[in-house]
Design a binder for this molecule. Sequence first.
Ligand SMILES: C[S@@+](CC[C@H](N)C(=O)[O-])C[C@H]1O[C@@H](n2cnc3c(N)ncnc32)[C@H](O)[C@@H]1O
Length: 335
Amino acid sequence: MTVPLGINEIHLGDARELLPQIEPDSVACSVWSPPYHLGKDYEKDISYDEWINLLGEVIRLHFSILKPGGFLVVNIADILCFPDESMPRIQAMNLSRHKSNVTREQVLEAKAAHPDYNRYQLASLLGCSEQTIDRRLNGNNIRGGKYNTQTRVHLVGSIIEDAATAAQLYMYDRRIWIKDPAWENSKWATLSYRAVDEFEYLYFFWKPGITVVDRTKLTSEEWASWGSRAVWEIPSVRANDDHEAKFPVELPRRVIRLLTFPGDTVLDCFMGSGTTAVAAIREGRNYIGIERQPKYVSLAREACRKENEKIEFLKDHATLNVKKAGDSSQLALLD
Ligand SMILES: C[S@@+](CC[C@H](N)C(=O)[O-])C[C@H]1O[C@@H](n2cnc3c(N)ncnc32)[C@H](O)[C@@H]1O
């Protein structure tokens, strides 16, 4: 290996190419959230098989860079609308909405009166579902009608677990992250028995070796409220304006506080906007970031710069306050 990948830097490149450049046995914890295969902008060019291979390869490359006794933590969700050509058409008869009296003419009339209305607004105006609006206007079924491929739920846990086990990284724990209730920002009034999308997983994998378990690293309140808890309730990021899939900083922060010590190195090889690096800086850990898109590399670097600046400012203030306290105690002595 040439010069190993620098720490406290965000590196531009593909995780599969850069991971082998990280110093062996150097990473105390790697925590990341990969593309979910949901058709986001940054993953639209990658097929299902390529996605599986990407996850497998990235996980495989972790074995040599993790410290013995260290952890890999993957945050991911199941695929709730996995297209399956071979799946029979779902035959749902929705009794409450079965017979909508709304006619095509009424929809056209409402549309003419409110040309700027979208189908949700038209539905609310006419007291029917947006599916009825779409059917009346286009004669199709936007939720996967006769001519559309059917979709089913596809669990991803076993894909991740199998890849990790093959890499000799063993499932150590799993936790659930409850995001905000999806109906808060969802336009859909569901016409099925399916639950709304409101949680994701955290899968913890362990590299064999000695793991120091130090119960003093969290306060007893922290152990009780999240350290020992399988379910973490953390609101998701509301303003995904600069990156479409940020996780909240509290998520990697908890992982980092639980599994590492100050001065340890934390890795995120799907760095996105820099959230894990910010959490690492906040907790006094080193970080290594890898991200494939230049615009996100800039975003992450800027987030790190700001976080470092904040820490410096707080340190300066703390010193100033100590100094002030010292000065006033001297004054008190003089009095
Ligand atoms: C789910 S997002 C991670 C978001 C991040 N946790 C945050 O809070 O901003 C996945 C990121 O992985 C990046 N990515 C996708 N494929 C990659 C690859 N092969 N190597 C490195 N980064 C990749 C995407 O550009 C995207 O920014």
